[in-house]
Design a binder for this molecule. Structure first.
Ligand code: ZN
Length: 191
C-alpha cells in the first residue's frame, strides 16, 4: 500500500488551508497530525474524481490519492436515493478516524455528481466548506442561499440545518469540522 499520494495530498491541503484566509480564520492547521494506517475502500464516487479536469495542483493531488483513500458515505439507501449513493462519497483526510489522526480538527475531501440534491441535514460540529471544483448551491434556514465558485467557502454553525444542490457539474470540496461533535455524523432532517 502506498502512502505517498496521501502524504502529497495532505501537504497540498495544508498549503491551501494556510494560504486561504477563510480557512485559516476558521481554524489553524492542526498541529497534532500523525499518520494513521487506514485501508483503501472504493466507491463509485472515486470515478467522478478521476473524470474531473486536472487543472489545479490540489485536484491532481486528490486524483492521485483517490485510489488509496478510504471512501465512505454517511447515509444508507433508507435515507437517500440509490442515485445519490452511486454519485457521492468522501474520505477523511485527517481527523479522529482519518488517514492522518487529529483530535483538533477534521478535514474531508468530498465529491457529489451533477444534479444531486443533498437534502436538509445537520450536525453538531461547526463546518466550513471550500469549493475546489463546481458551482454548488447552498441553502440554510437561517441565512441567504449562495452559489459557490471554486475558491469560495460556506460556513455552517453547530447544528445549523443546511442543504446543497449541485449544478450541471460535479462538486469537489475540502470540508473542515471543528468543536463539539468532531467525531460525530450528520443526520438528515425528518421529513
Ligand atoms: Zn454540513
Amino acid at each position: 500500500m502506498s502512502h505517498a499520494p496521501l502524504n502529497a495530498l495532505v501537504e497540498q491541503i495544508r498549503g491551501l488551508h494556510e494560504a486561504t484566509p477563510a480557512l485559516a480564520r476558521f481554524a489553524p492547521w492542526p498541529g497534532d497530525l500523525t499518520p494513521n494506517d487506514r485501508p483503501a475502500a472504493m466507491l463509485p464516487a472515486a470515478d467522478l474524481v478521476a473524470a474531473l479536469p486536472a487543472d489545479t495542483a490540489v485536484t491532481r493531488a486528490v486524483q492521485a490519492a483517490a485510489p488509496h483513500a478510504e471512501w465512505r458515505q454517511s447515509y444508507s439507501e433508507r435515507e437517500v436515493s440509490a442515485d445519490f449513493l452511486n454519485r457521492y462519497g468522501h474520505f477523511e483526510l485527517f481527523g479522529p478516524h482519518g488517514h492522518f489522526h487529529s483530535s483538533e480538527l477534521r478535514g474531508y475531501i468530498g465529491i457529489w455528481g451533477s444534479g444531486l440534491d443533498y437534502d436538509w441535514h445537520s450536525h453538531e460540529a461547526e463546518e466550513l466548506y471550500y469549493c475546489l471544483f463546481g458551482t454548488p448551491r447552498f441553502r440554510s434556514k437561517s441565512k441567504p442561499e449562495t452559489t459557490l465558485q471554486p475558491g469560495g467557502t460556506r460556513h455552517h454553525t453547530p447544528c445549523e440545518v443546511h442543504r446543497m444542490q449541485t449544478c450541471t457539474t460535479p462538486f469537489l470540496c475540502y470540508a473542515v469540522w471543528k468543536g463539539p461533535g468532531l467525531a460525530g455524523r450528520p443526520a438528515m432532517e425528518p421529513q
